[in-house]
Ligand binder design. Structure first.
Ligand code: SF4
Length: 339
C-alpha cells in the first residue's frame, strides 16, 4: 500500500483579516469538553460580560453524543458567537490566548478532507478574508502543521462515496476519481489564466467519450434565474434583483481568482455534497455569478455563507438537475469572458 499523501492546493494562502465573519452565522461546536472546563476554571464569564447574561455554552446529549457523551457548543448572541467582541476580535483569545479556543476556531479556514490517498488541504472560500488572503496571505503550507496538530474531537470529513458521477449518467469509482483528479486539475492549470469550465467540460468529454451539448447562453440565463428562485425567499429578495441584464457581465479582477476557487472545489471534493461533479460545478458557477452580481470576488464568501444557511442548502440539494444544466449550458469559462 502506498504512503498516505498530504496534498495542498498550490497557491492556497491565508492571513486573518480580522473581519469576525468566521464567528458569525455558523454553529459553534462540537467544543472539546476540556476547553469548556478550562473556560469555567478560568472564570471566563467574569471576564466577558455577555457571557453572564445567559448561558454561554450549550450541552447536547442523546444522538449528538456517541454513547451519550455530552456534546458542547458555544452560544450565540445576536447571530454571532457569544465571545465575539465589537472590535471583531475574540474575547477568549484576548483574555486567555489562542490555545484556550475550541479546535474549530483554530483550524478555520483550513479545510482538510480525508480520502483514500491521504489528506487534502485547501482554504475555505466562505472565510470573509478569502479574496484578500488569496492576494497577499501567507502560504498555507507554512501553516498546515499547526492545523494538523489540533486536538480534533471529530474525524476529518471523509470522501468515500459509492461512485462519482462525472457527467450526467457517467459514474466512476472513487478510486478512479482520485486517479483522474490530478490530471484534470493540471489541465485546467495548464490552460492559462482564466481557464476553468470550458476546459473541464472538454477534458471530461474526452475521458468519458461522451459528446456534450453545445453551451447555450440563453439556456444558462434561464437556468441561472431558476436556480436562484430555488433559494429561500429572503435570499431571493436580496439577490434576484441583482441579476444583471447581461447574465455574464465583465468584471475587472484577477482572472486566476475563480480558477483557484474551481481547483479548490475539485481538490476538497466540495462537489460531492450536491450529488455529482456537474452539479457541484454548477453550484460553483452559481456562486461566482452571484458574487459578480454583488460586486466581485470579495463577495464570494458572503454568497457561500448564504448558501450554507440550512434552508438554502436544502434547496440547493434538491436542485441537482438545475445545477447540472447550468454547468452544461454555461457559455464560457467565467463571467468576465462570456458574452
Ligand atoms: S470562540 Fe472566539 S474565535 Fe471561536 S467563534 Fe467564538 S469569538 Fe470566534
Amino acid at each position: 500500500m502506498s504512503e498516505p499523501q498530504l496534498r495542498v492546493l498550490p497557491g492556497a494562502k491565508f492571513s486573518c483579516q480580522g473581519c469576525g465573519k468566521c464567528c458569525t452565522g455558523f454553529s459553534f461546536g462540537p467544543v472539546e469538553p476540556q476547553v469548556i472546563q478550562n473556560l469555567i476554571d478560568q472564570d471566563m464569564a467574569s471576564k466577558w460580560p455577555p457571557a453572564q447574561e445567559a448561558p454561554w455554552y450549550h450541552e447536547h446529549t442523546g444522538p449528538d453524543g456517541p454513547d451519550g457523551t455530552p456534546v458542547f457548543s458555544l452560544a450565540h448572541r445576536d447571530g454571532h458567537c457569544v465571545f465575539l467582541r465589537p472590535d471583531k476580535l475574540c474575547a477568549i483569545h484576548a483574555e486567555l490566548g489562542e490555545s484556550a479556543k475550541p479546535w474549530f476556531c483554530r483550524e478555520y479556514p483550513v479545510r482538510i478532507v480525508q480520502d483514500a490517498k491521504g489528506l487534502t488541504a485547501t482554504i475555505r472560500a466562505d472565510c470573509g478574508g478569502f479574496s484578500a488572503s488569496y492576494a497577499s496571505g501567507q502560504p498555507l503550507d507554512n501553516q498546515l502543521q499547526a492545523a494538523l496538530s489540533l486536538p480534533r474531537p471529530v474525524s476529518y470529513p471523509h470522501f468515500d462515496p459509492e461512485h462519482v458521477e462525472v457527467l450526467p449518467g457517467v459514474a466512476i469509482s472513487p478510486e478512479n476519481w482520485l486517479e483522474l483528479e490530478s490530471p484534470l486539475m493540471a489541465k485546467v492549470k495548464a490552460g492559462g489564466a482564466g481557464q476553468g469550465i470550458v476546459t473541464l467540460r472538454q477534458v471530461l468529454s474526452k475521458v468519458t467519450g461522451r459528446t456534450l451539448p453545445a453551451p447555450s447562453p440563453a439556456a444558462a440565463t434561464q437556468v441561472l434565474a431558476y436556480a436562484i428562485t430555488q433559494l429561500r425567499p429572503q435570499v431571493e429578495a436580496k439577490l434576484a434583483g441583482l441579476l444583471p441584464e447581461n447574465p455574464v457581465p465583465k468584471a475587472e479582477q484577477d482572472p486566476d481568482f475563480y480558477r483557484h476557487v474551481l481547483l479548490s472545489d475539485l481538490l476538497s471534493k466540495r462537489f460531492a455534497a450536491v450529488g455529482s461533479l456537474p452539479a457541484g460545478l454548477g453550484l460553483t458557477l452559481l456562486e461566482v455569478q452571484l458574487a459578480e452580481s454583488l460586486g466581485g470576488p470579495n463577495h464570494l464568501a458572503q454568497v457561500q455563507r448564504l448558501v450554507q444557511i440550512p434552508q438554502n442548502w436544502n434547496a440547493i440539494k434538491t436542485a441537482k438537475a438545475t445545477l447540472t444544466q447550468l454547468f452544461l449550458a454555461w457559455p464560457a469559462d467565467w463571467p468576465e469572458t462570456a458574452g
